[in-house]
Ligand binder design. Structure first.
Ligand SMILES: Cc1cc2nc3c(=O)[nH]c(=O)nc-3n(C[C@H](O)[C@H](O)[C@H](O)COP(=O)(O)OP(=O)(O)OC[C@H]3O[C@@H](n4cnc5c(N)ncnc54)[C@H](O)[C@@H]3O)c2cc1C
Length: 285
């Protein structure tokens, strides 16, 4: 029998988690956890639900701190939020492609990240947007940069006694355009085989700053800082975009699986990186 507790506050939830010494699991929407339970791959003795904790279902925005998404906010709430659509359109568009409406209505964005599946759609995008995860425990709170949050498949930087309480995304850089493209070989509602996110700032028709992150192909999203540095100040002509994409694709070690071989995945990485650069470059004109 699973014992589920519904603490009324974050402090209480942190205390319960700490006292369980690793035996309890946090449950938010339950989408990922219930799949494991239904298939008898996981039989939790003790779950701590976040559902009764006030404030975790909030989306907030202010010009100084940017966007805050609480741990109980579902994908659907974020994708349909007017402020997200206006200020972070790439995020709204990215979450619109997560699974299907049932998954997006129940599953939370924070839960998606905490699950640590390497096919997460939002993980690479939140990385280029400079997001941080706020983690709380009885020991206090800390912020974990998104790019350091995923350590391996199903492994995150959260400690055993920590709860991820919110995602904080800073305000966009002036003139920045961001985007997310995904490729799913089976059906559009399937998990992505590849997801690529990028942010581009141009000055005088040249690349002033670019951040790019590739998800799904490897255990954790890969950023390409050195490659992006090499094209700073250049015009993003088709030849430059292609050379950049080829250099990025050559650096990754994709996991071969039923979605494709290592060679195939490197090839689609090259194609999709070229596409996102061309798209953002056009939009930035
Ligand atoms: C059919 C299907 C299709 C899907 N397709 C996609 C897809 O295309 N793209 C994509 O990105 N995702 C996809 N998903 C994943 C889905 O987005 C996640 O399962 C969901 O968002 C998880 O959120 P949740 O609130 O339900 O997490 P839960 O199931 O409640 O928890 C998941 C894990 O995270 C931990 N956890 C949850 N919240 C916290 C917290 N605040 N602090 C600490 N630990 C926490 C839990 O202990 C558990 O280990 C799919 C899932 C299904 C079932």
């Amino acid at each position: 029998m699973t014992n589920i507790q519904f603490p009324p506050s974050l402090d209480e939830a942190c205390k319960l988690l700490s006292q369980s010494a690793g035996a309890a699991r946090i449950i938010a929407g339950g989408v990922a956890l219930m799949v494991l339970v239904r298939h008898q791959l996981f039989s939790p003795d003790h779950l701590i639900s976040l559902k009764q904790i006030a404030g975790l279902d909030q989306i907030r925005f202010d010009e100084k701190n940017g966007l805050t998404i609480g741990a109980l906010v579902t994908h659907h709430r974020v994708e349909t939020s007017p402020v997200v659509k206006e200020r972070y359109p790439a995020l709204a568009q990215c979450l619109h492609h997560v699974g299907n409406l049932r998954v997006r209505n129940m599953g939370t964005v924070v839960g998606d990240l905490c699950q640590g599946d390497n096919h997460s759609d939002p993980a690479p995008l939140l990385g280029v947007l400079g997001a941080r995860i706020k983690a709380q425990s009885v020991r206090g709170e800390r912020f974990i940069p998104m790019e350091e949050f995923h350590l391996d498949i199903y492994e995150t930087a959260l400690k055993e006694d920590e709860i991820a309480t919110e995602i904080v995304i800073p305000p966009s850089l002036p003139g920045a355009r961001s985007g997310y493209l995904r490729f799913s070989g089976n059906s559009p509602t399937d998990w992505p085989c590849l997801g690529v996110a990028a942010i581009l700032v141009k000055e005088d028709g040249r690349c002033k700053e670019m951040k790019i992150s590739l998800g799904s192909l490897t255990p954790v999203p890969v950023g390409f800082k050195e490659e992006a540095e090499a094209i700073r100040g250049k015009k993003l002509t088709p030849a430059v975009a292609k050379k950049f994409a080829r250099a990025c694709a050559a650096r990754i070690d994709p996991i071969p699986d039923s979605r494709g071989s290592e060679w195939y995945k490197r090839r689609i990485a090259e194609v999709y990186i070229t596409r996102i650069i061309e798209r953002l470059n056009r939009e930035n004109d």
